[in-house]
Write a protein that binds this ligand. Structure first.
Ligand code: LLP
Length: 431
């Protein structure tokens, strides 16, 4: 069942016609479906239900909206965080500190201390020194920090170069070759309660093979660490499962993923943690936008919409494809370049695309923007951050306002504005 579908020729989010949302809050606006979120959240946990013990930590970076996090918390998800800001959001959403996993290659002292004080459940160590510093902070507080060591298995996830993380040369994790000796050293620290391993080889992975290969390497490492006398009780398998962005995309099924995990981890005898992000929220959101102009172009017209790369950075950053569809399609199609208004050549959502025919003033959506959409928004070109709306059945709620992050200038409110000469069009004189 699709939660974004046409009724009487009008695209709806669940039972709410998208024009109703555009009228209420304006465009551009990120629209989420609570039903789609629940369905994706439950599909993931129920596929993996038969594993002896599994924990689910939603990767907050994919969608940190408080309403999204609350919904996921109610369905048993903890949080995988990468900053103090994400820690705050997770706790504010009612996620128990014990269900928070702290990933991230550059945790500051402040962030480590705050997370210790909050009593989070797991630190994923990215380098030996981080373990030593964390152990010191914990000892000072008379506690032991629960931790696992993130290992880089040197497996290419086979995804876009900017979101692959498991190659040896990437900044993430510690080299698997040196991991056993490093583990020996870290396990001796008083302030650390080292319980196992973590990995994450990349995002939008469309094939189970690299995941399976990476998991197998970690399995071998578990055996080796046990042979060295360590008690290994946890392995964090990260996230990374892809979603279909294009109609023709075929992604591994959750059933196949679960079967692979069960097969590979059968003898591990550990508690597994999963850190899914995109697969939970990606398909549960659309970016609703209005066509400002249809501008003639040399080859094809430019459909210039009021959403831009600051609302959805993925096309500009990774050449990502997001399906464009009219809210009231009339059956005609056109070939066009879809552009945002930001003053960057790269602010394009699609080039030479066959799309629904649209005219000035009409509404359209970009599909599958629920992960790494609003999460990566900026206010570039002093464009406000777009609002976010959660639809549930036939109701909807504003879950983030349209805001322009405030001016950072130090000028006080009533201070006179300028000191220099007024610009009068004269060219400056060379000195
Ligand atoms: N765990 C760790 C340690 C991660 O670094 C990530 C994502 C995840 C879990 C969640 O991965 P997912 O299940 O969502 O694939 N902005 C990019 C994606 C960056 C992913 C960063 N790490 C994009 O828009 O494609």
């Amino acid at each position: 069942m699709s939660f974004f579908d046409y009724r009487d020729g009008v695209l709806c989010a669940e039972s709410v016609p998208l024009p109703t949302i555009a009228d209420a809050v304006g465009t551009p606006v990120h629209v989420y479906s609570a039903g789609a979120l629940r369905q994706a959240a439950d599909a993931f946990t129920s596929a993996l239900r038969d594993l002896p013990s599994a924990r689910f930590a939603f990767a907050v970076k994919a969608n940190p909206n408080g309403a999204v996090l609350r919904l996921l918390a109610q369905r048993g998800y903890g949080a995988d965080i990468v900053s103090g800001g994400e820690l705050r959001r997770a706790l504010d959403a009612g996620i128990a500190p014990a269900n928070v996993v702290f990933s991230g290659v550059g945790k500051t002292d402040r962030e480590l201390i705050d997370a210790l004080e909050a009593g989070i459940g797991q630190f994923n160590l990215e380098l030996e020194e981080e373990g030593r510093v964390l152990a010191q902070f914990a000892r000072r507080r008379g506690s032991r920090a629960p931790a696992v060591l993130r290992v880089n298995p040197d497996i290419d996830g086979g995804t876009h170069a900017k979101i692959t993380t498991g190659r040896r040369t990437s900044k993430f994790g510690v080299d698997i070759a040196g991991a056993p000796d490093m583990y020996d050293r870290l396990a001796q620290l008083d302030g650390l309660d080292l319980q196992g391993l973590a990995l994450h080889i990349g995002s939008q992975i469309s094939n189970l093979e690299p995941l399976e290969a990476a998991y197998r390497r970690i399995g071998e490492l578990v055996l080796e660490l046990r042979a060295r006398g360590h008690t290994i009780t946890r392995v964090d398998l990260g996230g990374g499962l892809g979603i279909p962005y294009r109609p023709e995309d075929v992604m591994p099924s959750l059933t196949d993923y679960a079967a692979m995990v069960a097969r590979v981890t059968r003898d591990w005898n550990v508690c597994l943690t999963f850190e899914p992000g995109r697969i939970i929220t990606g398909l549960a959101g659309v970016l609703l936008t209005r066509v400002i102009w249809v501008k003639p172009g040399v080859t094809h017209p430019f459909v210039i919409v009021d959403a831009a790369m600051n609302d959805l950075a993925r096309p500009a950053l990774y050449d990502a494809y997001h399906r464009f569809a009219a809210v009231r399609p009339d059956g005609r199609t056109m070939v066009a370049n879809i552009a945002g208004p930001v003053c960057e050549t790269g602010d394009m959502f699609g080039i030479d695309r066959a799309i629904d025919h649209v005219d000035r003033g009409e509404l359209a959506v970009f599909h599958a923007t629920g992960a790494y959409g609003a999460a990566m928004a900026s206010s570039y070109n002093s464009r406000p951050l777009s609002p976010q709306v959660m639809v549930d059945g036939d109701t909807f709620e504003l879950v983030a306002d349209r805001t322009l992050p405030h001016d950072t200038s130090t000028r006080r409110q009533n201070e006179p504005r300028t000191t220099g000469p007024a610009f009068n069009g004269a060219m400056p004189q060379a000195a």
